[in-house]
Design a protein around this ligand. Structure first.
Ligand SMILES: Nc1nc2c(c(=O)[nH]1)N[C@H]1C(S)=C(S)[C@@H](COP(=O)(O)OP(=O)(O)OC[C@H]3O[C@@H](n4cnc5c(=O)[nH]c(N)nc54)[C@H](O)[C@@H]3O)O[C@H]1N2
Ligand SMILES: Nc1nc2c(c(=O)[nH]1)N[C@H]1C(S)=C(S)[C@@H](COP(=O)(O)OP(=O)(O)OC[C@H]3O[C@@H](n4cnc5c(=O)[nH]c(N)nc54)[C@H](O)[C@@H]3O)O[C@H]1N2
Ligand code: SF4
Ligand SMILES: [Mo]
Length: 795
């Protein structure tokens, strides 16, 4: 029976609300009949939950209120209080519990805030985080070795005065996402343009920007075409370079519900991620007891081999078509809704199996298995994450996924679709609110949209192209007299030292701006870097403290309202709502016209968002806990009609990328352990017991290098050196996995996916036994660094 209930004239079919998970036991999906996964490596959810309760014991009532009334500020799956829109029953996970402390902890003690900065630099970001929240505005001028207290007026005037002396091209804004609301993104994007700069970027640039760029060109949309409910009962659910079970733990419940309805789950990943293999869903008694075998199959593709793999699938489809017309391609869908069929087919025909097999690392038989499974499946949902987005060919990676979906007609209807599985809470809303150099609320920089926004906002927009975060940082490191030199960097959150490639360069770039502003709730290692004139630290309110509440948009386009939650026993008295700080800044830089960006309440911002971005019409009605609406309805591209100029999806012929992986080298990727991006919560990953410096390595590869398990090894290239320990894992040969930020020293700066601007986060490396490496190095490791022509970085 269909889940669908209602249609709306503007949005099409509406989401039908939460459903229930089948209670009939399904032993065929169990990991083992031995209860609680005894003897297996797995997270200990109950123990972790008790630990969190203990950690929050000084503010327990407030913590409970955040969990039961707030919108989760962890990942982008999205939940309000304890309930979501997909399944009935409680929704909570250890990620949410781990980030909870950010909202309940007391302010930093004075002796820490004003300690010698060299002493503070001895702490890791995790240690700094645990010490407490930023208590009041702080400043550290050039030559000073301690932060001192400054008034809000003093801090804001100093920033404003500096801005007045600069060309707006010389300052930039960056916003990260976890706690930030749509209201703050919108205000930041608007204020940046009001001040005259288009240098405003956000964390999706180093996360999912290629998804948006690719979906736009392929099918005209910038978000997931379908919902999580479409997983439940689809024939095949594919996770492409995504560890959804770790990144958004409650998604495992949806996967469980899907499996119970007969859905096959396929994971495409060089590493057989344990969390996508077996999972004990704590909130489901059957799964908590016996575990759930999550993936039905893993395809262990090479890092960067997905494009070739997908070409292989299509090549098979075209071969099947020669045997029997209609056996693999959905011709009716292609005819009615898709451009570029012949061009794509020609491209695929030109590619040899040899090339496909070499690049993907998959055998012809394995490629055929997946090709046939899909050809025989009426419905499929393709979800993906960083495994596809963190490459210099990321936009192509994702358009290639769209190619598969378009050829099969997996778009715009129940149980079918394309889902960029987003990262942190409300990252989906950042671009939609216009905190992005390439877009404005409700559209791009086309003449019509610019005119519309100028009329709504009442001021002229700067018309030059703003830079992406990576380029802003490169420009920060330019000489002082360079016309592109960035002189003031205003950051709301983020920790570039630990999240951007090449930390050595990032440290230099951060230290070479005149003024750096950190609007934040905690200190991290980036906050402690020097600046040429001053580092200014502004204490922000958390999402739950902001007056008038705030909204956050999930992966499936649900816009959730999170109310202001009273009762914090350890508030930061001086902290301010993030959006209010931007308004205050505008008033100081351009007092005469600042009324144009003045917002007195969060409601006023929501009222304006509803006009600025027509998709968000409805946000103005969100007023109390539990209020939510989904923009765009249940499916974008409903019935195959895409919001492209001609209403059709575009098949795009894609080249297999040249990975520049010389003989004898490995390809490295970075992944997440027990951490939330740069915020590390535990030294070992509970899913595979890997330590932060373990190198995930295939045992056969290790054998050829004479490396034994647990041995010290060195991973290096011309960019850096990483000293770690070998951990044998089920990872495709020739590929290795490291944690980030630890692995970031190996990643080169300045290499981007050109359509989307995401940095490349994977690269060729060599591996050696540490004892061998150390015996051969002469004075220091620098001499061991390879010459550029010995191992080339891709350009
Ligand atoms: N607990 C926790 N949850 C989080 C976060 C966190 O840090 N911790 N961060 C949040 C954020 S901001 C984001 S963006 C998401 C990230 O969510 P994910 O992208 O699911 O997280 P990663 O652990 O980075 O996993 C990337 C995976 O891609 C695989 N991979 C690498 N290269 C390739 C490739 O070329 N092809 C394929 N097919 N796979 C490849 C890696 O082996 C790895 O398993 O998680 C969000 N949720
Ligand atoms: N090698 C490698 N690098 C990566 C990734 C990877 O997989 N591998 N993942 C990338 C991805 S997907 C992402 S999204 C980026 C994230 O990169 P960043 O944007 O740098 O974000 P985070 O590490 O999440 O930022 C954490 C910091 O944000 C601040 N913060 C936390 N909450 C709040 C808040 O509510 N308000 C404010 N104002 N500040 C707050 C704190 O200082 C905290 O230390 O990293 C990217 N970098
Ligand atoms: S899965 Fe994501 S949205 Fe749900 S509770 Fe966990 S962190 Fe929050
Ligand atoms: Mo992300």
């Amino acid at each position: 029976m269909s889940n669908v209930t209602k249609k709306d004239p503007k949005k099409g079919t509406l989401h039908s609300g939460p459903t229930s998970i089948s209670k009939i036991p399904a032993p065929k999906h169990w990991v083992s009949p031995v209860p609680f996964g005894l003897g297996k490596i797995k997270p200990k959810h109950i123990r972790d939950t008790m630990k969190v309760a203990w950690e929050n014991k000084d503010n327990l009532k407030y913590a409970t209120n955040i969990l039961t009334k707030g919108v989760c500020d962890g990942c982008a799956l999205g939940v309000s209080g304890l309930y979501d829109q997909t399944l009935k029953g409680p929704h909570i996970c250890t990620t949410r519990l781990n980030v909870l402390r950010l909202s309940t902890m007391p302010p930093l003690k004075e002796e820490i805030v004003h300690a010698d900065v060299d002493r503070l630099r001895q702490y890791s970001s995790a240690e700094l985080r645990k010490m407490g929240r930023i208590p009041y505005p702080l400043i550290r001028r050039k030559g000073e070795n301690k932060f001192s207290r400054i008034s809000w007026d003093g801090a804001m005037d100093m920033i404003a005065e500096k801005m007045k002396t600069l060309d707006p091209k010389q300052y930039a804004f960056y916003l990260t996402s976890r706690g930030i609301t749509n209201e703050s993104y919108y205000t930041a994007g608007k204020v940046a343009r009001f001040l005259g700069t288009n240098h405003v970027d956000n964390a999706s640039r180093i996360c999912h920007s290629p998804s948006k760029t690719a979906l736009k060109r392929s099918v005209g949309i910038g978000a997931s075409s379908c919902t999580y409910k479409d997983w439940i009962g689809t024939d095949v659910l594919v996770f492409w370079g995504s560890v959804a079970s770790n990144a958004s733990p409650v998604s495992t419940k949806y996967m469980l519900a899907a499996k119970k309805k007969g859905t096959k789950i396929i994971v495409i990943n060089p590493y057989k991620e344990p969390a996508m293999d077996k999972y004990w869903v704590p909130s489901n008694a059957e799964s908590a007891l016996f575990g759930t075998q999550v993936a039905d199959d893993f395809y262990q593709v090479n890092i960067g081999g997905d494009i070739a793999f997908m070409h292989g699938i299509m090549k098979y489809w075209f071969e099947m078509e020669e045997e029997q017309y209609g056996s693999a391609i959905n011709h009716a869908f292609v005819q009615d809704h898709v451009n570029g069929y012949e061009e794509l087919k020609t491209k695929v025909d030109e590619l040899s199996w040899e090339k496909i097999i070499h690049s993907s690392g998959m055998s012809k038989e394995r490629i055929r298995e997946l090709a046939e499974l899909l050809a025989n499946s009426k419905n499929a949902v393709f979800a993906w994450a960083l495994g596809l987005t963190m490459h210099s060919f990321a936009t192509d990676n994702i358009s290639q996924v769209a190619n598969l979906a378009l050829l099969r007609g997996y778009l715009g209807r129940e149980n079918a679709g394309l889902m960029p599985f987003r990262g942190h809470s409300s990252v989906q809303g950042t671009g939609e609110m216009g905190a992005d150099p390439f877009v404005l609320p409700g559209g791009g920089w086309d003449e019509d949209n610019v005119k519309r926004i100028e009329e709504l906002w009442g001021f002229d927009l700067p018309k030059w192209q703003g830079d992406i975060v990576g380029v802003n940082l490169e420009h920060a490191a330019l000489p002082d007299d360079h016309e592109k030199k960035l002189k003031l960097y205003y950051m709301s959150g983020g920790n570039f030292l630990e999240t951007m490639p090449n930390p050595e360069f990032i440290e230099k770039a951060l230290s070479e701006v005149d003024i750096r502003v950190h609007q934040d709730i905690i200190l991290n290692t980036s906050t402690l870097v020097d600046a040429k004139e001053a580092v200014i630290v502004l204490p922000a309110k958390t999402r739950f403290e902001q007056e008038g509440g705030g909204t956050s948009t999930s992966t499936e386009r649900m816009v959730y309202f999170s109310p202001e939650i009273a009762g914090n026993k350890q508030p930061v008295e001086e902290a301010r709502a993030e959006w209010k700080i931007y308004v205050d800044l505008a008033k100081r830089v351009k007092p005469e016209t600042a009324h144009l960006v003045n917002f007195e309440t969060a409601q006023e911002i929501r009222d304006e968002i509803a006009k600025a971005n027509p998709d968000y019409d409805g946000i103005q009605h969100l007023k109390k806990q539990g209020d939510v609406f989904q923009w765009g309805g249940a499916w974008l591209c409903e019935d195959g009609v895409c919001p492209t100029p001609d209403g059709r999806g575009n098949l795009i012929p894609i080249d297999i990328p040249n990975l520049e992986k010389p003989e004898g080298t490995f390809y490295v990727t970075t992944r997440r352990g027990k951490q939330f991006n740069s915020m590390v919560f535990k030294e070992t990953d509970p899913f595979n017991n890997a330590g932060r410096y373990d190198v995930l390595l295939n045992a056969e590869d290790a054998n050829t290098l004479n490396i034994v398990e647990g041995e010290g090894i060195v991973v290096y290239n011309q960019h850096g050196v990483f000293q770690g320990k070998a951990l044998f894992t089920d990872i495709a040969r020739g590929n290795i996995g490291l944690h980030f930020p630890e692995g970031n020293f190996l990643i080169p700066k300045g290499i981007y996916d050109s359509p989307s601007g995401i940095p490349q986060y994977s690269v060729a490396v060599k591996i050696e036994k540490a004892e061998r490496f150390n015996a051969r190095k002469d004075i220091d490791y620098l001499e061991k660094k390879l010459e550029d022509d010995e191992i080339d970085a891709p350009v």
